[in-house]
Design a protein around this ligand. Structure first.
Ligand code: GDP
Length: 354
């Protein structure tokens, strides 16, 4: 499982990318186009009209046998509180940049927020099909404006991208780009340094993953979401480099509500389960307000449908139906083991007050 957010400056292509991911992972049956207003992650009609993503929601899909929970984070600068709230429940992020504009003010803002919450991330330089798009210049702006140590994992070629990790064509420009990637990795990673000159894909992948998780470097990929270029390699990178959630299914329940949303099924309470197991019909305890709630249904929200599940285990993100008063920021636990998860604006670790 991977709990990831897609973060971006408005218009960088977050909605398009999310929509393509859901399509490619088989979660949607038909393609929506942003400009036609049929995009599946934008529940709110007003939101569709305005063409910006205001409200966070979580959508699940599957890639290479891993469940990906995409937490939709608002990109609009007025809604940074909501961005921060959604950052609390992520384990990793994909930050989308516009290949023409490079790093924009809002991308810088979300980048700093992700820094504050210690969220490991990948960078995706989008819109490489646009006239004026420049992958290398965008990578430079990541270095210069965000201080990123970039691990450039692809070589863009006319209309596509060539992955530098895994099978690749034997071409001089590809060999040179691979060499640059290996050198960048070796500079930071002792085990990789030993293999410099003859580095295996496995060593490279492992080193890139460790550098991503420690925040020492960022894997940079590119493409054109609009044309499905680079989206599958990005999904591979999410699985290869971003972390699976941690948490103890055997521990007492602790879950954080991060979004309450009105839907056809009624009031949907989106929660991240940190520890324990939440089963359908369970009575849960809201320690902050000293009251019980009943999780009548547990729902997995997919792109175009909602499925009932029997339980949600540590690490998972699901929607609960039947809760009456829980709101964003509410912790759900059990009466026997009351927990309060706190994550105020500053990067405070999650605290148990049980
Ligand atoms: P968001 O505000 O970040 O969610 O951005 P959207 O996904 O709504 O995209 C903004 C605009 O850019 C829309 O008109 C998209 O059709 C367009 N767009 C998104 N991805 C690409 C791409 O890869 N190439 C091009 N040329 N346009 C794109």
């Amino acid at each position: 499982m991977r709990n990831i957010g897609i973060l971006a400056h408005v218009d960088a292509g977050k909605t398009t990318l999310t929509e393509r991911i859901l399509f490619l992972t088989g979660a949607t049956y038909k393609r929506g186009e942003v400009h036609h207003g049929t995009t599946v992650t934008d529940f709110d009609p007003q939101e569709r009209e305005r063409g910006i993503t205001i409200f966070a929601a979580a959508v699940s899909c599957t890639w290479r046998g891993e469940q990906l929970n995409l937490i939709d984070t608002p990109g609009h600068v007025d809604f940074t509180d909501e961005v921060e709230r959604s950052l609390r429940v992520l384990d990793g992020a994909v930050v989308v940049f516009d290949g023409v504009a490079g790093v924009e003010p809002q991308s810088e803002a979300v980048w700093r927020q992700a820094d504050r919450y210690g969220v490991p991330r990948l960078a995706f330089i989008n819109k490489l099909d646009r006239p004026g798009a420049d992958f290398e210049a965008s990578v430079r702006s990541l270095r210069e404006r965000l201080g990123v140590t970039a691990l450039v994992a692809q070589l863009p070629v006319d209309g596509g991208v060539i992955d530098l990790v895994g099978p690749r064509p034997d071409r001089e420009d590809v060999r040179a780009a691979r060499r640059r990637l290996e050198e960048a990795v070796a500079e930071l990673h002792p085990a990789a340094l030993e293999e410099l000159g003859d580095m295996s894909d496995t060593t490279l992948r492992t080193a890139m993953r460790e550098l991503t998780l420690s925040g020492q470097a960022v894997v940079v990929l590119g493409g054109a979401a609009y044309r499905d270029v680079g989206v599958e390699p990005l999904l591979d990178a999410v699985v290869d480099y971003l972390p699976a959630p941690t948490g103890d299914p055997a521990a007492p329940l602790s879950a954080l509500v991060f979004k309450v949303q009105a839907a056809k099924q009624g009031r949907l309470t989106f929660v991240r389960v940190y520890d324990g197991v939440l089963a359908k019909g369970d009575t849960v305890w809201d320690a902050a307000r000293q009251r019980t709630e009943r999780a009548g249904r547990i729902l997995r929200v997919q792109a175009d449908r909602v499925t009932d599940v029997d339980r949600a285990v540590a690490g998972d993100i699901v929607a609960l139906a039947g809760l009456k008063s829980a709101r964003a920021g509410t912790t759900l636990s059990t009466r026997e083991h009351p927990v309060l998860l706190e994550a105020p604006a500053a990067a405070t670790p999650l605290v148990s007050v049980a």
